[in-house]
Design a protein around this ligand. Structure first.
Ligand SMILES: [Zn+2]
Length: 191
């Protein structure tokens, strides 16, 4: 899947989860940081690719990306697994309270938004030809449908003209049909 598809699918996942499991309290700073965190989370699993947009944010990021790519050996290993998600949640639990001000920002909500982004990335990748090494370090790759040749080829017409517009349509449909729930979350933030 392309980065754009991952971004939109992560956002679709975030508004879905937030509508059904709304936070009890939320402020505007937390909301904005969570939306940014969701995009970062959506791109994190592909951090093993030098072309990852997250590397563009760092000086010399392209070079770092290439070094890391060699460390990860091949694309889609630990960063696309349950173990990777578990480690990510541990790292976030330690890191975000240190780089964000917990008295201004609810780091729990931010961390959940990042993790929802990353989990949505894995779900989307499971529909691609390459499959998902969900149980890494075990080599087994899973995918839907089980026959690899029936799955999506990244960046090709099916993703461009069916999957991506489908996600955008879902977002519109969801927002229109869950206005009350979504407004309730936004009202929390602007109170
Ligand atoms: Zn990926």
């Amino acid at each position: 899947m392309t980065a754009r598809t991952h971004d939109f699918f992560a956002f679709a996942s975030l508004i879905t989860v937030a509508s059904y499991y709304p936070p009890l309290v939320l402020n505007i700073t937390t909301l904005i940081v969570s939306l940014i965190g969701n995009v970062i989370g959506a791109l994190l699993p592909d951090i093993d690719q030098a072309s990852n947009r997250l590397w563009d944010l760092l000086p010399g990021g392209d070079y770092l990306g290439k070094v890391l790519k060699n460390i990860f050996l091949s694309h889609r290993t630990i960063s696309h697994s349950l173990l990777g998600i578990f480690l990510l949640s541990k790292i976030l639990g330690w890191l975000t309270p240190k780089i964000l001000n917990p008295s201004l920002i609810d780091v729990q909500i931010v961390n959940w938004s990042i993790i929802i982004g990353s989990v949505s990335h894995l779900i989307a990748d499971a529909f691609t030809e390459e499959g998902l090494p969900l149980f890494f370090p075990f080599k087994l790759k899973i995918g839907f449908p089980p026959v690899a040749s029936w799955r999506i080829k990244t960046g090709k017409w099916f993703e461009e003209f069916v999957i991506f517009p489908g996600i955008v349509l879902y977002i519109f449909w969801f927002v229109i049909n869950h206005q009350e729930k979504i407004l309730r979350v936004f009202r929390l933030a602007v109170q």
